[in-house]
Design a protein around this ligand. Sequence first.
Ligand code: GBH
Length: 485
Amino acid sequence: MGSVEETKKAHLPKDFLWGFATASYQIEGAIHEDGRGDSIWDTFCRIPGKIADGSSGETACDSYHRYKEDIALLKDLGAKAYRFSISWSRVIPLGGRDDPINEKGLQYYESVVDQLLANGIEPMITLFHWDLPQALHDRYGGFLNQEEYLKDYVNFARVMFKALGPKVKKWITYNEPWCTTILGYNIGQFAPGHTSDRQKNPVGDGSTDPWKAGHNILISHGAAVKVYREEFKPSQSGVIGITLNGDWVEPWDADDEQDVEACERKLEFSIAWFGDAIYKGEYPASMRKQLGDRLPKFTEEEIALVKGSNDFYGMNHYTADYVKHLETSPEPDNFNGNLETHKTNKQGHAIGPETQSPWLCPYAPGSRKLIKWISDRYDRPIMYVTENGTSLKGENDKSTDEILEDDFRVQYFQDYITAMAEAFTFDNVDVRGYMAWSLLDNFEWAEGYETRFGVTFVDYEGGQKRHPKKSARAIGDIFKILIES
Ligand code: GBH
């Protein structure tokens, strides 16, 4: 946190856009309905042992049928915006540029957009939040096949710009490519579950595949942005960017210069991998040094597509780590800059309290520092915080009444939103919006339904009823105070 004085003076601009975020596979359900095709998450969930509670997105929050209820809730909470994502395989069931478009799938998203606008809520659409059509994975290996994938992604993007662009003014090409690539092609914890670890999967090379997939995703992002800018932006006048995840870092031993350096390396391997490509047209030197030729090189043509391809920077942020350098030389599969992350430092001090998510320990000052780090590195881009939120330790084991009193989450939002306002007020950053993760408890990927991130309790067994928690209303109150009147 800033000083008491700073906290008191922190504010946000009048037109600041705030709201809530979700993602298609995590909330929609209806996976077999109205012609939707499988995504890699449908098939991944069917493999025993991949999802903590053996669940899947089959029903999720049933938002495919309950979107009107969800939007009424958004309105009730005072949200100005709603960030949601498109299930590619609902719109193009087989995914490819020569495959049929599913009108019913497209209609669903048109209805969502119309319903939002009718309620005065601005839609912010993520084209891709991890649910690649399974058919594209089977056909040519998905992200790993640059030529095919690029054309299919651009086709999908064009279909969406054409259908919804007259009404939608904020587009996000990808949510967190780090997760798709590292978790999907190195650790194997996310679909498609590729990894070098033969105990987990017979296929995958974690030392090369994530870097190839990341490169191809970046190029397809750039190509989709080019299409938007050339074919749609002139008449639709919206903005488009990518959303990157990133945790803040502090040295494990503040007196150890090598831990301090390792912190910078960690930020470069997780954030600047994509950020430098987009804002500077190159990969960070630290990555080139460690990965050598395993990190693809940009051709001139590719740089032309990728460099300068963000109208805004979408920032997903949740937590922080202590970073300890390693003395040994990097393993081929190392993806983080040859270091360890810890939740306690050398003195045994914890970076933040525990939550239900082992990776998440709230440390709000890190959020102000990270916003500034990104802003400084990329010359003050327009920024939107596109996700921020927390789980609660043991929340799922509590009674409904107890769950609704989520004071820990209220505090989290209070601290993080204030930290963002401090960055706006004192650090010369251009942050223009904030979407809390998440509107609803939902399918938390490999953690299934045991971990809840919603400001709204979803009673999965009790007819999917939505019960706003204390935090749902607290967010509006926090913004009311911070936004200049
Ligand atoms: C977001 O990612 C996602 O966009 C969203 O869909 C999700 O529901 C939300 O977080 C809550 O998890 O297990 O140690 O390998 C946040 C960034 C980065 C957080 C990867 C989890 C896994 C760390 N994520 N991280 S580990």
